[in-house]
Design a protein around this ligand. Sequence first.
Ligand SMILES: *Cc1c(COP(=O)(O)O)cnc(C)c1O
Length: 406
Amino acid sequence: MSMITLFQCLIINQSWYLRFHQTSDSMDKIWLSSPHMGGNEQKYVKDAFHENWIAPLGPNVNGFEADIQDFAEVEHAAALSSGTGAIHIALDISGVGQGDFVLVQSFTFCASVNPIKYLGATPVFIDSENDSWNMCPYALREALIYFEQQGELSKIKAILPVHLYGMPAKMDEIMTIANEFGIPVVEDAAESLGATLNGKHTGTFGEFGVYSFNGNKIITTSGGGALVSATAENISLARKLATQARDDAPHYQHSLIGYNYRMSNICAGIGRGQMEVLSERIEQRRSNFNRYMALFTELGCDIDVQVEREGTFANRWLTAIYFNPETYGEGFREELRLYLESFNIESRPLWKPMHLQPVYEGSVYFGSENNAERIFDFGLCLPSGSNLTEEEWSRIEGAIRDFTNR
Ligand SMILES: *Cc1c(COP(=O)(O)O)cnc(C)c1O
């Protein structure tokens, strides 16, 4: 070994050298949230090949649905091709159509809202509250009273709260208000599989609940979703709508407009393997959150997070941190994000509220505190995969330490 390479070996082993001098190209990317297989997924997929169930139905689809029902303690589940499709079907069955309104949390991913438009209806956006960062019950009531006063309450066909980043929304309050006004609730639990409120799973409070198994969710089928409900007719109708709404006849006959939204038996095989490790994945995500909390406490940072109130169990799908702008100034969040990016560490601003999106410009928005906007402005999602290695953790923690001590 020449002197030069020996010297290089020595300094490359210094963490200061790694942190300050290695370019991002030579460091493996640390993802925000990447797929994490449990081990048995391929066995179920292999079974599907073996039995030639290469179709949007089959034993894995049935098995996966049963697994979801058992886990979430819900009577009925339909495995679908995406969470977005599940929301679309839930709203369709709820009677949402041309000229109607749906009251939806503004602080969310676009997939919560776009299906309202697919059905020709109009979203009405509701602000978030400061504990859960989810739908504010006060703003929800304000919106309902406004529509009632306008004589348009009957046009509101659904209320759609979201359990963002795996933190349950204030479902007791939301359900009380929804029942008072007689409007069905569709819960977007795409990010919150396994999160509970007083022991009851998110997705099982409303008329419908939606889960997602996209590639970055807490478990994945590579792409997929599920619709759950306590009512058998809801889910049998959902299955029918998801397979082109075929009537019971030997020929192809249709009395409804359907969709092609069923989950494939291959994807469901991945899902069955993932369900075996779901509880472990939740513990891993929660432990990520605790590890970040320990770090920020040690660094004395002035931050806020979604509060896990008494009786609440969050899955902490992503660790989301709000950096108080009074302490850090306006640009801190973006500087930290870019700093992490320079070390090939992916982090991401929180969901941009839907009432601020160009595509939803001019929409009606209820909320006097603008919490969604403020949280979006100063919040950041940190790498939260259940498969982060110790080496990756030391890169993340080192970068955050250096940045906050700079
Ligand atoms: C992922 C997600 C969806 C959509 O699920 P897909 O399976 O990707 O269609 C809906 N709502 C929220 C809040 C999500 O995070």
